[in-house]
Design a protein around this ligand. Structure first.
Ligand code: PHE
Length: 529
């Protein structure tokens, strides 16, 4: 903060030089008791950098009066003010006192004045008792104000309790003349000009010294949004555990990929207007078919990872048949298939081809799992991206948010293994002692909500949803019966809110976000154990 040479019409720099003309040294708190610390320091540095003065910093604990303490020291205690009024009037109605001395003084002062026997009650009025009482409270505080100390610690403790005095750090500078001391600051030249070089005046000019301590101007720069910082942490955890990132760039899905392929019945409440944003234009999706863009993205991300698994039988790629897949999904819902009795309702192809803003990233997991059926093998997939729900927006809900999702496919997986994996995964985020609660998802059985004890919040918080995907979902894809798949999902917003101490989700995401909050937040470090 630049401090003007002449603050409040005073030229402090000159005053310091004047003081040193009279004495060899002084303490700033004695010489300039009313000048703010910052101005003193600026003036001292201005002179110090030119070797005109030298100074030492002395800091000490001092006893200081609060605003109320200062008022009493200057104007008298509340009880004294009450007594003064009662004495001068001879008699005053209790109800009139606040009008004369103010409500606070009337309230606090009366009690103490009674206790000190300075005044007494007479019906509804007050009468003076003492003639010329001693205002000890004021004397003590006035003494502190001048000496900045209290001899009796008990007295200080009492004043502190009454919020009349506190301790504070006081910085004082001990100032003395420097080797280049002069009675006035000489005019300083800031620029070396061609003229000065030509006429030789540069030789005698008094150049202003460089201030190497000056901070540069703040730079505008980009900043990662806190959600993206937490996302980076999650990604690192996933990558370290051999997960491959799924291609989530498609926000619009068909009802087929978002719901039907997940064995979500078409009458399920989550599908109707309350939770899902439907797209009206175009009115209809294509039938499920190959997706070359997603395919290329997944190939690139998986790289050679799939070849790490060597099946017992030589590898045989199973070509994908989308017509059969669609029909098997339909039959599983409508009539039952693969040993399942199904839901037994007439499956609507139109409903399946309605376009929706994806309500969960499990739509992408489903696509990746159907792709896995081409070459069934153990696989670990994850994604972190945006999902959309037609929900009432409040402090903890938005119509769009981010999901962190993981999928693990392997032979011989058990529920115990899922719980163990969850403990490891959340342990990396600093959440231990997980609790699992039976839950329901149309696409997983069993399903479990995951709760973690949050030490900072001192309570159990729901941190995720998980389960083992149902055969009704996996078998129409053509995955072998003994390949089991875990899935789990959580929001990215919840851990971010906990981490950054944000209690309203709208401060984190959406049009109300303060850009300063994004620019100034520290890099996140999840407390790992
Ligand atoms: N899709 C679930 C949700 O939106 C999360 C989940 C993913 C649950 C995979 C089980 C398996 O909450």
């Amino acid at each position: 903060v630049p401090v003007p040479l002449k603050a409040n019409g005073r030229d402090l720099t000159q005053e310091i030089l004047d003081s040193l003309a009279e004495k060899d040294s002084f303490k700033t708190n004695e010489e300039f008791p009313d000048v703010p610390q910052q101005e003193i320091k600026a003036a001292l540095d201005r002179l110090g950098s030119r070797s005109m003065i030298q100074y030492d910093t002395l800091d000490s604990e001092q006893i200081l009066l609060t605003q109320e303490g200062r008022m009493i020291a200057e104007e008298g205690s509340h009880e004294y003010k009450v007594w003064e009024v009662v004495k001068s009037k001879g008699k005053i109605a209790i109800k009139d006192l606040p009008k004369v001395v103010g409500a606070d003084t009337a309230k606090i002062g009366q009690g103490a004045a009674f206790k000190n026997k300075w005044i007494k009650k007479d019906g509804d009025s007050l009468l003076p008792v003492a003639d010329s009482p001693k205002d000890t409270a004021r004397e003590i505080l006035a003494d502190i104000q001048s000496t900045k100390s209290v001899a009796d610690p008990k007295v200080f403790a009492d004043l502190k309790k009454r919020k009349l005095a506190t301790t504070g750090k006081v910085i004082t500078y001990n100032v003395r003349k420097g080797p280049k001391y002069a009675k006035e600051m000489v005019v300083e030249v800031t620029d070396l000009t061609a003229d000065m070089l030509a006429n030789g005046s540069w030789q005698s000019a008094n150049f202003k010294p460089y201030n190497f301590k000056a901070l540069g101007a703040a730079q505008n720069s980009g900043a990662l949004h806190p959600l993206m910082k937490v996302r980076a942490e999650f990604r690192a955890i996933f990558f370290n555990q051999g997960f491959v990132e799924m291609p989530t760039s498609r926000f619009v899905e068909s009802g087929f990929w978002n719901f039907d392929a997940l064995f979500v019945p078409q009458q399920h409440p989550a599908r109707d207007q309350q939770d899902t944003f439907f797209i009206s234009d175009p009115s209809k999706a294509d039938m499920p078919r190959e997706d070359p863009i997603g395919e290329a993205a997944m190939d690139a991300m998986e790289g050679g990872a799939r070849l790490l698994y060597q099946p017992k039988e030589p590898r045989k790629l199973v070509p994908r048949d989308y017509k059969k897949y669609f029909n098997d999904v339909k039959t599983v819902h409508q009539d039952g298939l693969f040993g399942s009795t199904g839901y037994r309702y007439p499956f609507s192809e139109d409903e399946s081809l309605r376009l929706v803003l994806r309500t969960h990233t499990t739509a992408v997991s489903t696509w990746c799992l159907h792709r896995l059926a081409e070459d069934p093998r153990p696989a670990r997939y994850f994604s972190i991206d945006r999902v959309f729900r037609n929900e009432t927006v409040d402090a903890t809900h938005l119509a769009e948010f981010h999901q962190v999702e993981g999928v693990i496919a392997d032979f011989g997986l058990t529920l115990g293994g899922l719980m163990r994996f969850m403990e490891d995964f959340f342990g990396k985020l600093g959440l231990t002692n997980l609790r699992f609660k039976p839950a329901y998802n149309p696409y997983t059985e069993p399903s479990m909500e995951i709760f973690g004890y949050h030490i900072g919040l001192a309570k159990w918080v729901e941190i995720g949803n998980s389960g083992m995907f149902r055969p009704e979902m996996l078998e129409p894809m053509g995955l072998p019966k003994d390949l089991r798949v875990y899935g789990f999902g959580l929001s990215l917003e919840r851990p971010t809110m906990i981490k950054y101490g944000v209690s309203n989700i709208r401060d984190l995401l959406g049009h109300k976000v303060d850009l300063g909050f994004i620019e100034t937040n520290a890099a996140v470090r999840l407390d790992k154990n």
